[in-house]
Design a protein. Structure first.
Lengths: 99, 144
């Protein structure tokens, strides 16, 4: 095909759409202004996690504890804001009890 | 003051000022926090470190990034900037942390419900806006 074939013959790869990408994160470090977590009472120990789109309790449990089956621990700690364990919403602040 | 002393001051003073002004500023010196390790993988452990390191993902995988920091400071911002091989920014997310001295680990994760396009990806970690390192990885249509 030659040079012109190489230049013009190939179809351009369509630009991928990343508009529905879902992101999140958490840290072992305290959040500025909140203070270190080491000052907590053992029974109420834990961190706060902000739910992002695509999250479920089992996904969060997998991430936080390494075991998706431990989701009831998060559910029990947040019964005041979670009515149905299958329904959590982006922006909800969940308390994550210590493993 | 003789001419010789005067000449030394005239030449030496601006030189000293110029040298001082050009001293490099230390990144992160304000907060005393530094990034010590960056890793990507398919899953993360309870301590936020990568449980399954890889540089090759499948389209349905979630990308996990784990950033270890050391030092303390009242506030530091970690940014994860994910880009595709064509230069397109896939996502940029930030976390503000206030490390208290011991090593801290911060994780970022990224998923795409309809699957990742195959190709090369890069994630750049920035600490207070300054690049702290990058990691390259790829997505292949056949999961490794």
């Amino acid at each position: 095909m030659g040079i012109f074939g190489d230049l013009f013959g190939k179809k351009q790869k369509p630009r991928p759409d990343f508009s529905n990408v879902q992101s999140g994160g958490s840290s072992t470090a305290p959040i500025p202004g909140v203070g270190p977590p080491e000052t907590k009472a053992p029974s109420m120990a834990g961190r706060t996690y902000v739910v992002v789109s695509g999250d479920s309790l089992s996904k969060i449990a997998k991430r936080e504890y390494g075991d998706a089956q431990k989701w009831p621990r998060i559910y029990e700690a947040n019964r005041n804001i979670i009515k149905d364990p299958d329904l959590i919403y982006p922006g909800q602040e969940l308390r994550i009890p210590e493993a | 003051m003789n001419m010789n002393q005067y000449a030394r001051i005239v030449v030496g003073l601006p030189l000293a000022v110029a040298l001082f002004a050009c001293s490099p500023s230390k990144p992160g010196a304000q907060t005393g926090v530094k990034v010590t390790d960056i890793a990507v993988g398919r899953s993360v452990a309870a301590d936020k470190t990568i449980a399954e390191k890889t540089e090759s993902f499948g389209p349905a995988d979630t990308f996990y990034l784990s950033v270890k920091t050391e030092g303390s400071g009242p506030s530091a911002t970690l940014t994860a900037r994910w880009t595709y091989e064509d230069g397109q920014v896939v996502d940029e997310s930030r976390q503000n942390i206030a490390p208290t001295g011991s090593a801290a680990v911060t994780e970022f994760h990224l998923s795409k419900p309809d699957g990742w396009p195959a190709g090369g990806y890069k994630v750049e970690v920035l600490l207070d806006g300054a690049s702290a390192g990058t990691r390259d990885f790829k997505v292949t249509s056949a999961t490794s």
